[in-house]
Design a protein around this ligand. Structure first.
Ligand SMILES: [Zn+2]
Length: 140
């Protein structure tokens, strides 16, 4: 096999992998919070993953966590830093709640939704069933 043939083969295999990922990747999963403590601070080391997976604004998500924990928080690169010690389960719980309140379509319960803002209202538009509903919270 020549190098070119070999590269073509590799490409074909990786295309296949990408294709099969597309099919099976429909299931939405909340990433596992990667937590580290330092002094009286909690580092959520993979913070950047969440807004990416959720397709939501990183700043708003941070505000949400900060408000729910009632503690100051800031973004540092891919990480988020919270004052005080927080357990990974606390993050999991809050992130699940965020998904329920800010991502899940009330009609079909699928989190494939996007945010639309109009007339000072925030709408959740479902990409699966097309339902449009008002989001009451302020962290979308
Ligand atoms: Zn829906």
């Amino acid at each position: 096999m020549t190098r070119v043939e070999y590269e073509k083969l590799l490409k074909r295999i990786s295309d296949k992998i990408i294709d099969s990922k597309k099919d099976s990747g429909k299931r939405f999963e909340i990433p596992t919070p990667d937590i580290m403590w330092q002094g009286n601070r909690t580092f959520l080391r993979n913070f950047a993953e969440f807004p990416k997976v959720f397709r939501r604004d990183a700043g708003k998500l941070l505000q949400y966590l900060s408000k729910e924990f009632a503690t100051p928080a800031e973004i540092a690169g891919d990480k988020a830093i919270f004052v005080g010690k927080r357990a990974p389960q606390d993050f999991e719980l809050l992130l699940q709640r965020y998904v329920k309140d800010y991502l899940e379509c009330p009609t079909c319960k699928i989190p494939d939704t996007k945010i639309e803002k109009a007339n000072r209202l925030t709408f959740l538009v479902c990409e699966a069933c097309g339902a449009k509903s008002i989001i009451k919270g302020q962290y979308a």
